[in-house]
Ligand binder design. Structure first.
Ligand SMILES: [Ca+2]
Ligand SMILES: [Ca+2]
Ligand SMILES: [Ca+2]
Length: 185
């Protein structure tokens, strides 16, 4: 997974690149299509199936959050310093050891903190996890939604016009599309 955001505050888009089997890396952009030397964010184990970027701790600087795969069973937060460097990892255990995939950051409970939604490649049924941002780079599990087998990509948006975030999920090697409408108040 590859995401653009501005990590060093120079107004030029930078990149964060996830890897199934290793550490994610940040590459600073020069604004002309060029990229600097990759800086690895150290997971400590495995790889990351999903990567999200945004200001998770509310300090105005872009951070990186990953969800683990390949033996990594953690959500990992890297606090951005605003200059392209990142603080050491802060981790939250994920209460399942399956293959965690695509992640999205969205403030689902509207408390001003970005929360995390990610898919888990399980079959019978598949699972989409929702974790609430509790601050300090840590996350609390809220719910595990059952969806069709082997969920992979997901997207959030207001699909029925009621002002609440809904969820669309597509599976790996699957012809299924799951739509989950938000019941939040
Ligand atoms: Ca930049
Ligand atoms: Ca931040
Ligand atoms: Ca929130």
């Amino acid at each position: 997974m590859v995401l653009y955001t501005d990590f060093n505050g120079d107004g030029k888009q930078d990149l964060v690149v996830g890897s199934d089997v290793g550490n994610p890396a940040v590459l600073l952009g020069d604004g002309n299509g060029g990229l600097g030397t990759p800086t690895a964010l150290m997971l400590g184990q495995g790889g990351c199936g999903g990567v999200a970027a945004g200001d998770f701790d509310g300090d105005g600087k872009a951070d990186v959050v990953t969800v683990g795969t390949s033996g990594n069973t953690k959500i990992t937060f890297f606090g951005g310093a605003g200059n392209g460097t990142f603080a050491a990892a802060v981790t939250t255990d994920i209460p399942s050891t399956t293959d965690h995939r695509y992640a999205e950051a969205v403030d689902l409970d509207r408390d001003g903190r970005l929360d995390l939604v990610f898919s888990s490649m399980t079959s019978s049924p598949g699972v989409v996890h929702v974790f609430r941002n509790r601050g300090g780079g840590r996350f609390d599990p809220v719910t595990a939604l059952s969806v069709s087998n082997n969920p992979w990509g997901l997207a959030l948006g207001d699909l029925n016009g009621d002002g609440k975030e809904d969820l669309a999920v597509v599976g790996h090697l699957s012809s299924k599309l799951d739509i989950l409408l938000s019941a939040a108040q």
